[in-house]
Write a protein that binds this ligand. Structure first.
Ligand SMILES: NC(=O)c1ccc[n+]([C@@H]2O[C@H](COP(=O)([O-])OP(=O)(O)OC[C@H]3O[C@@H](n4cnc5c(N)ncnc54)[C@H](O)[C@@H]3O)[C@@H](O)[C@H]2O)c1
Length: 252
């Protein structure tokens, strides 16, 4: 039996993390890199290369790109494939939360949300999945949310996008599982990042926290540890799953 640390090692693996310059994406990239993977961060931010250079180890890269732009998605994937020769782990993490009640959300906010949170995840998966299947190994990890499975006020577009991630994940898991490629989603409760703080600041957040059995919000690294497990050899039989990291919020 291999030691657990060996099963968790990502030495020789390569990863692409969307929205990887900050928040949960950066935390995931840090853990993947710490386990030995070379990581390509894809992000809108001007600081994406700087963020890649701060990761543990060497050989990382950053690509500045808007994931709503299909050409930019292809360019990002090609840059990662050219730099690494393959991409073993795809983390579909870039996301926005545009909050408004159902009767008030603009069409533009709906389209932007679906384009970043769901369409981009499909574009990256469609581009990188086939080479994973050919290589006989792959991990597709997509950020969903507690909001994928429970109704939260003002989250109409966000919930639709995250529920879409769960559906997409199941089909990818079914189609590509036979080729050594797993697809899983992670559904956190509120995570204390820029996005989380913006939506859940003040009394609304305090009231919400009181409903989480563990009594607090999550930290980015707690999501990163779940993602790193799913990326590892240890999780080879976890496929098509929605992995809650929500302190038990959705158990009721
Ligand atoms: N923070 C939370 O409470 C929470 C809870 C559940 C799920 N999530 C999900 O986790 C993921 C990451 O969230 P976060 O809290 O780290 O967000 P964040 O806002 O802190 O970081 C998001 C990153 O994505 C990048 N990004 C946004 N739009 C982009 C685009 N069009 N193209 C390229 N990059 C883009 C940003 O530049 C930023 O670096 C999202 O999918 C989010 O829906 C977050």
């Amino acid at each position: 039996m291999k030691p657990f640390s060996e099963l968790m090692s990502l030495k020789g693996r390569t990863a692409l993390v969307t929205g990887g310059a900050s928040g949960i994406g950066y935390a995931i990239a840090q853990r993947l890199a710490e386990q030995g993977a070379r990581v390509c961060l894809v992000d809108l931010s001007d600081h994406v290369t700087e963020a890649a250079n701060r990761l543990p180890g060497t050989g990382h890269s950053g690509v500045q790109a808007n994931v709503t732009d299909e050409d930019a998605v292809l360019r990002s994937c090609n840059e990662a494939l050219e730099a690494f020769g393959k991409v073993d782990i795809l983390v579909n993490n870039a996301g926005v939360a545009l909050i408004a009640k159902a009767g008030e959300l603009t069409t533009q906010a709906w389209d932007t949300t679906l384009s970043i949170n769901l369409r981009a995840a499909f574009l990256f998966s469609r581009t990188l999945g086939p080479q994973m299947c050919k290589n006989g190994f792959g991990r597709i990890i997509s950020m969903a949310s507690q909001a994928a499975v429970v109704a939260l006020e003002g989250h109409i577009a966000y919930t639709a996008s995250k529920a879409g991630i769960l559906g997409m994940t199941k089909v990818l898991a079914y189609e590509w599982g036979p080729h050594g490629v797993t697809a899983n989603a992670i559904s956190p409760t509120v995570v204390e990042t820029e996005l989380g703080k913006k939506v859940w600041a003040g009394p609304v957040g305090d009231a919400f926290k009181a409903q989480i059995p563990t009594g607090r919000f999550a930290q980015p690294d707690e999501i990163a540890c779940a993602a790193t497990y799913l990326a590892s050899e240890a999780a080879a039989m976890v496929n098509g799953e929605n992995f809650f990291v929500d302190g038990g919020y959705t158990i009721r």
